[in-house]
Every structure is written in C-alpha cells, then in structure tokens.
Design a protein around this ligand. Sequence first.
Ligand code: KIV
Ligand code: ZN
Length: 389
Amino acid sequence: MTDQTKDRVLIFDTTLRDGEQSPGATMSHAEKLEIAGMLDEMGVDIIEAGFPIASIGDFEAVKAIAEQTERATICGLARANTKDIDRCWEAVRHAKSPRIHTFIGTSPLHRAIPDLTQDQMADRIHETVTHARNLCDNVQWSPMDATRTEWDYLKRVVEIAINAGATTINIPDTVGYTAPVESADLIRRLIAEIDGAEDIVFATHCHNDLGMATANSLAAVEGGARQIECTINGLGERAGNTALEEVVMALRVRGDIMPYRTSIDTTKIINISRKVATVSGFPVQYNKAIVGKNAFAHESGIHQDGMLKNAETFEIMRPEDIGLKETNLVLGKHSGRAALRAKLKDLGFDLADNQLSDIFVRFKALADRKKEVYDDDLEALMRDQSGSD
Ligand code: KIV
Ligand code: ZN
C-alpha cells in the first residue's frame, strides 16, 4: 500500500447485483441505467452492475452500464467456471475500466455443494482466476462464506488467488455471522501472513443478519481493508448488505478516530436513497440511520428547543450533508412553546407571549387527538383564535 492509498477507502456499490438479489427487488433495464448513472455521479469507485450469466436481461444491463459509465470501474460477477467468466468479460469489456469478479464458496458447508475436496477446489480457484486474469487486468476474487472457512484453508486459497493474478481479494461475511473484533482480526492476519498481500486491495463484504454489517465493515477497515462493499439503503438478501450511506457518513463524521477518506459526494445520498426505494419497492424504515424519514426529525420539546438554539445539541450531521434542505421539527404532543412559536413565525404569525400561551393550550389539546399537527391545522387554530378575540 502506498502512502497515498493508506487512508483511502474504495466504495464498491453492489445495489444492482447483491441488492437486486433481494426477493422482489427486481429493477428494469432503464431503472438500472439510471441508478448506475447516479452512483457514478456521486463518486462510487466500483459499480457491480450485475451477474451477466444469470439472464439475457442481466447481461444487457451490465453491458449497457459498461458502455455508458464515465468514471467508475464496472464490475460483473461470475462463478468459478470459464463459461461464467467469459460471459462476464463480454458484458464488461467495453467499460473504460472493466473488472471481473469471480467467487466460490470455501467454507465446509459450501464446499459440500459442488462436492469438491480442498485440493480440487484449490485447483479450480487457480484455473479460474488465471483465466479471468488472461482476459482482464482487474480481477477480484471472493471466497464466499469466508468468515466460516477454516483459517488454514482460507489463507491457502487467498494465496492461490493472489498468485494466479487477483488484484482485489474480497472477504465476504456471506451470512452476517462475524463480529467487529473478528472482522478486523481476520483481515489483519491475512495481510500479515500472506506474502505479497501488501500489494493487493483487501475488501470487506458484510451482510446484516445480526445488524452488525456497518460495524463489521468499519472494523475490517481498521484491520487493513481498503474497499467496502455496500448497497444503497442496505438493500440485499435477507437482512441486507452494509448500507453505503452508513459507512460513508460514519467515516465522515468520525474521521477523528477513523481517519479514512472516500470519494463520495454525500450531498447526493438522499436522492439516490429515494430512487432506490422507489424502483426496488423496498421502502426505507422511518428510523433508518442517515436516510430514514425520522433521521433528521425532532418532536420532543426539549430536543426542539435545543435544536432551535444550536443544531449540534441533537444532531451530529447537518441535513445538508446528505442533501436534505433542513431538519424537520415535527409538531406533536411532545412539542414545546419554542417550536410552536418558531413554526407560527414561519407561517407569518409573530405572537406576543400572552397570545402564544392561549394558542399553546389549544395546540396541546389538538395534539392529544392527532399524531402530528400540520401547517393547515395551525392556520385553522389561528383563524379560530382571531374569530374568538
Ligand atoms: O455475500 C456474498 O458472499 C456474495 C459473494 C458473491 C461475494 O455476495
Ligand atoms: Zn453478498
């Protein structure tokens, strides 16, 4: 690793491949192209555009994305056989910067499926990575279910892939099984114990089955990984993948203890989050970190009062950092006078203290009946108030 790359973390987005594998999240050709364009614009380093052998539609989408993309590396996924790898190369070869990503399941459970011995699998890895590298200079290799693979075997197959020409080694936590301490140690140990590992980019690819994907990805970076694989909104099979917006904002907000740079323009986050939610049909939960509807909303009086005096009291990021216009002070039964006064002022009503006290009593009565009090409700209250004066 050179000094220039030591603190730079590559963002590899797999919304269009692993994200789309989420049951029911299928996207159309046009939607995929639009999302790829948005990912490129926001500064994603590598876009995994699909799994070309999976269907004609997937092949066409990866090929079109490869042809249209201005800046990012375009990657396609291939299993460990020459037919998959050739098809993948056909789809990505016209990209300005193409990558082949080939993988095989290396844990005992996954080795049992093709019924290969450790030696037979090792030979397969050597042959397929060599084949991919003869086609393309940029080859990523993944031992699927790496975090449940025996250490000695994992080390052996990673070495084989590097010697066969892999330029990126991805260590997938396929079933979201690892934990932060282990995630960091695994990468650290691979880099320390494998000859030539310092010239390779190690990647982390975490699933969220135990809700630890973001923590595990950041821990892997501490261990030496310099590529995070992730998806917008954490879309992906079962509980999803690491959420791009979470790792990127965590590195931005906590640069003091995690001094790593990404190339992401974070102000593009909210738009792409909404686009992916719409086209995938997977709505974002209200309290989702960074992009949930409530991530920058406050209802309680104490919080609203603090926010009106100094936004840093209850927000560690500014809404503008992710492309939102402003914080949302929601008026409800927990809200206090300060927020009501500020909202009424926005609506053009500058009230004296005694007027505010009257309207505040009526506002609280209304808020007890309604979940949220909207601008129209306040205007109606003000009309009633002036009628009764
Ligand atoms: O989760 C996983 O192991 C994968 C591989 C194909 C990289 O998505
Ligand atoms: Zn995955």
